[in-house]
Ligand binder design. Structure first.
Ligand SMILES: [Zn+2]
Length: 351
């Protein structure tokens, strides 16, 4: 509760040099504003959700009772409302299971409206793919709607809990304060798991949550639903789009994690990737694992020949130039892998 108010006060400008607490103590305007925000919050809770309404792409049917909204393939920005990953839901006997809390409550509400057009069953479970803003910032919407079962892998949960304010601020600035401001931290409501947890969703069906290891992010959740023949590897598998490597991405571990994911997944299972359209294993392997293995080989060859960071950046990756966000990622990916292979500092960042 305090975090939310502090964020709103801090985000309104003019008080940047003061902490929110100091500002409130010294400034009658800030006191009035704080009172206003408390009243607004009370009204919001009574009404459910009063923020802006947005329209998102129609959910695709993946298989019986399984749907996904395929997010934009470019960066999160105001035009896509932060919907640049996939938001999925599955309808079971005892209710609806949502995968990813989304980037803000407005997005979650837009997804909820689509769910309500397909089923009158309530959303009972929400799991998030990793610690990133578009995985968990919108979770508070589901809490306000009465959902009480939230799941995340332990490391991912620790990361988003610790970085909540920074992540929210970054996503606010990239996507818009108006959409992001209503989000508040419900970390305490999450159940965490280490390697695996199974959720009984009724009708004899089970949703399995797995952690296959570090990769795109240090912690992540893969959902597997054997009865529907579908698996959701989150950002550990991309379709079509270029991989985005962050300071926290461990690409050496990622290929091993991907190998465990391949080993685990029965042949013919439908893959709903973190980015891109539902597909098969061969496609996500090509667009994720094969790209990383190729990069490791090529960058290692540059290092072995005494090549510089600049030479790594100039590696010819044009065979991937048809892939979305190629121009924004290829040089950064080369730099990241060069630093990894040389054991250099990758910096610290959250997103
Ligand atoms: Zn992501």
């Amino acid at each position: 509760m305090m975090k939310r108010r502090d964020f709103i006060l801090g985000g309104l400008g003019g008080m940047a040099a003061l902490t929110a607490g100091q500002a409130v103590a010294q400034d009658p305007l800030a006191r009035a504003l704080q009172h206003y925000m408390q009243e607004l919050e009370r009204a919001e809770r009574q009404a459910g959700y009063l923020g802006p309404r947005i329209t998102i792409p129609q959910a695709q049917k993946v298989t019986d009772g399984v749907y996904t909204v395929v997010g934009s393939m470019i960066w999160h920005n105001p035009s896509n409302y932060g919907l640049n990953n996939n938001l999925s839901f599955m309808i079971f006997e005892n209710g609806v299971f949502v995968f990813n809390g989304s980037a803000n409550p407005a997005l979650s509400q837009a997804l909820h409206r689509q769910i309500q057009q397909i089923t009158d069953k309530p959303v009972r479970w929400v799991a998030v793919e990793n610690h990133q803003g578009h995985a968990h910032l919108g979770s508070s919407y589901w809490y306000d709607m009465g959902v009480r079962n939230f799941y995340s892998q332990r490391q991912a949960h620790a990361d988003f809990h610790a970085s909540w304010d920074i992540i929210k601020d970054r996503w606010s600035r990239a996507v818009g304060h108006q959409l992001t401001a209503p989000a508040y931290d419900i970390s305490d409501e999450f159940t965490v798991f280490d390697e695996r947890m199974d959720i009984d969703v009724g009708g004899g069906e089970v949703v399995q949550m797995h952690y296959f290891g570090k990769g795109h992010t240090p912690g992540s959740t893969t959902l597997y639903v054997p009865s529907r023949n579908v698996i959701f590897p989150g950002d550990n598998a991309y379709e079509s789009r270029m991989l985005a490597l962050f300071n926290y991405t461990d690409t050496q571990a990622w290929v091993k994690t991907f190998e465990r994911f391949m080993e685990f997944t029965p042949e013919g299972t439908i893959i709903v990737p973190g980015h891109g359209v539902p597909t098969d294993m061969a496609t996500v392997k090509r667009d994720t694992y094969d790209y990383l293995k190729w990069m490791h080989r090529e960058i290692q060859a540059i290092i072995d020949a005494g090549g510089s960071l600049r030479e790594a950046e100039n590696l010819d990756q044009s065979q991937f130039s048809h892939r979305e966000v190629y121009a924004q990622t290829f040089a950064g990916n080369a730099r990241h892998i060069y630093r990894e292979l040389k054991g250099l500092d990758l910096g610290d960042a959250v997103d």
